[in-house]
Design a protein around this ligand. Sequence first.
Ligand SMILES: [Zn+2]
Ligand SMILES: [Zn+2]
Length: 346
Amino acid sequence: MDSDLRIALEKQREEIELAKSLARDLDLSLKLQAEEVVIDSRRPHTSSPTECSPEDLESVFSVSADGFDYSDMLLKDIDVALQTQLLCEQEVAKLNDDLDYSSEKFKLFAKGLLSTEMVKEMEMLLGGVGVAIYDSNDTLMREEKNVLVVEDFTTPQVAELTALIQGLKLALEFGMRHVTFYCDSDEALGYVIGKVEESNHSAVASLVNEVALLRSRFSFFEARHVRSVDISSVVQLARAAITSQIKWHEDGIFKEACTLCYNDVPSDEQFELPSCFHRFCVSCVNGTVKNALEQKKPVKCQRLDCESEIPRESCAAILEPELLDLMIKPEEENLIPYSERVFCPR
Ligand SMILES: [Zn+2]
Ligand SMILES: [Zn+2]
């Protein structure tokens, strides 16, 4: 998207928020003034002001109940405030109309993840959802990450469908009506496009129904398969939602358990792999790199369910110096053309 247009859109959004906040302030101010009116009207009859009931507040604004002895001045103030509030609401409605997304095309990335994690010394199955919406120029429009509460019926498909539902709701909330959904789960995609028969799993069946209902509110919806790496932004959000559940506060800092050695480590010292966002302590990452180099194998994530490779440069900052040398050498060697390499004559 053109940067000027993006700046203009951002400014409009800020104006809407400001207008909404003004409207909220006015609403509060009106309620406070109304409370004063009610309390004033009671003064001759009560020894101390009491709290107003909602009915009392309602009656101040109603045409029929007019038995109070409040001043003209206050009525005028309320009238001015009401007029201003009306203007604010009209302004908000106008700005919302200006941000008309109904005819634009959007890309919806959604990821629902389940992951077995160590929380203190307990192994737990935790869930997280990541959702992101981009416009046709790949500008991020909206994103959110949410904890997924894991129940007995929560399967990976339930997590994926829940993520899609949250994404569709987010798109609808902002008036988006033309959406392409990108998904890296074959099974979830199968349910969405109707290729996979709805299982007897009641949770999946009801989620598939909910997806169908939400889809019907879009003028265009299609679902496409992508590789996980292509939607890594939402994989990261979903993992962040999971990570938020494994931390605990102790001695003034957040800690979490390393899933390899089970040691408790400060959260900000954990190393997060850039490809899969799994987290390990620095000493485990060093051990993993050392083993891989000794066996002349690629350096891979050590989670059982993960095959992600660890790019050499990504862990340079935390490696012991001698390991870093060993990791970098083969790459440098490859940069020299074979014909120009000098080999040991022995
Ligand atoms: Zn560790
Ligand atoms: Zn991993």
